[in-house]
Design a protein around this ligand. Structure first.
Ligand SMILES: [Cu+2]
Length: 154
């Protein structure tokens, strides 16, 4: 009995270590697309309750390629660019939102319809993966409307 419980304890410890990243994904949303639009984006809040890690990759069955992107302000023009990872500092909430960090869905196999859900698999720096169901919603175009609103208020 003692040996068995020691073995079970060891198994439990090793399985919990395999899921070292402790990230809670809140308010995930993917942007609905009109027919013919090949790309979309997903947004969410990543709450890191564990140690510092990073989001290093993502995939989804609805898109050929999924990339991690950010926006940079290039002399007033917002441009997207691919980044290798999204840092997730311990104890902090990292926000992916229109006009900022986002998960880019490239080469959609079909239009994303509002009210449906897509699957998203997130991979962290320690190799652990997390499956997320992401609701599809109509959303404002990334950056552009927000930009105009900001400029209008000046
Ligand atoms: Cu993008």
């Amino acid at each position: 009995m003692t040996r068995l419980s020691t073995l079970l304890t060891a198994l439990c410890l090793s399985s919990s270590m395999a899921f070292a990243a402790d990230i809670s994904v809140e308010q995930p949303v993917a942007r609905a697309t009109p027919p013919g639009q090949p790309n979309s984006a997903a947004f969410m809040q990543l709450v890191n309750k564990g140690e510092t890690t990073a989001l290093v990759a993502a995939k989804s069955s609805v898109a050929d390629v999924v990339e991690l992107h950010t926006h940079t302000n290039d002399e007033g023009v917002m441009r997207m660019r691919k980044i290798e990872k999204i840092e997730l500092p311990a104890g902090e909430t990292t926000v992916l939102q229109p006009g900022g960090l986002h998960v880019m869905l490239i080469g959609l196999k079909q239009p994303l319809q509002a009210g449906s859900q897509i699957d998203l698999s997130l991979e962290y720096a320690d190799g652990s993966q997390q499956q997320v169901e992401v609701p599809v919603q109509m959303a404002m175009p990334a950056g552009m409307q927000m930009q105009q609103q900001k400029h209008g208020s000046h």
